[in-house]
Unconditional design. Structure first.
Length: 250
């Protein structure tokens, strides 16, 4: 059953009430879950493979320059987060990733939007990819250093922090989710029409102006009719006055 509310204008057509949301049913939930977790699994696999290749090929090697210096391949073991944040809190970052993954798994069955499923799948895959490093890589469980190997415009990460595919998934997924929210697309498949209230108010104002003009026109026409009647009555009154004056003088 749709949650859309309607108001009926004088012409009998239905319009959305101000502030209402029009529900748009998305794909079935099982299909969205397959999409979400499928994206996450693919990203986890690609992230693990590229990190293994980076360790095998870039260890003790000069940065590899690609695309004229737009991209560099360089091995970097990161104990913290981006921008060297939390370098001494690796275990806390690992626990935070576990919490995020748990929230996503709990939230996933509520999804009815394909866009949200893609965005959350990217975030889930990225969080899992980096969590694998923190759990299984040296120096210790929950204290492992994340393998980063991509650097843009500089070989040392001075322009932008060195990152990996998991980081890219988290950023791209987060940006997609924010854009969907700003455009009025909710995770449950509803679409909020932000222009509905303005358009409805504008219609009301137009009707109000039309009514005012109509009422003013009617009053003007009534006044003109009254003036015309007075104008037509005036010659007769003058003639009668003349007869009275003539009779009195005779």
């Amino acid at each position: 059953m749709s949650d859309e509310h309607h108001t009926t204008d004088p012409s009998g057509s239905a319009r959305s009430a101000p502030g209402s949301a029009t529900e748009r049913r998305g794909p079935p939930r099982p299909r969205l879950l397959v999409l979400l977790f499928g994206i996450a699994v693919v990203l986890i696999g690609a992230d693990a493979i590229t990190k293994s290749l980076a360790v095998a090929e870039l260890e003790d090697r000069e940065p590899v320059k690609l695309f004229g210096g737009a991209l560099y391949l360089v091995l970097f073991r990161n104990p913290g987060a981006a921008f060297n944040i939390g370098t001494g809190l690796t275990w806390l970052l690992a626990l935070l990733a576990i919490v995020v993954i748990g929230v996503i798994v709990w939230f996933a069955p509520k999804l009815r939007s394909t866009g949200w499923a893609v965005g959350i799948g990217l975030v889930l895959g990225g969080a899992c990819g980096n969590l694998v490093d923190r759990i299984f890589r040296e120096p210790a469980p929950l204290r492992g250093h994340v393998i980063d190997f991509l650097s843009v415009f500089a070989p040392d990460g001075s322009v932008w922090p060195v990152f990996n595919l998991a980081d890219s998934g988290i950023v791209c997924g987060g940006v997609l989710i924010v854009l969907l929210a700003l455009l009025g697309y909710d995770y449950d498949g509803t679409v909020h029409r932000r222009g509905t209230e303005r358009s409805t108010t504008g219609d009301s104002d137009d009707h109000g102006d039309s009514d005012d003009h109509t009422a003013g026109g009617e009053r003007g026409e009534a006044a003109d009719d009254h003036s015309s009647e007075r104008g037509r009555a005036s010659p007769g009154s003058v003639e009668e006055q003349r007869r009275d004056d003539g009779g009195g003088s005779s």
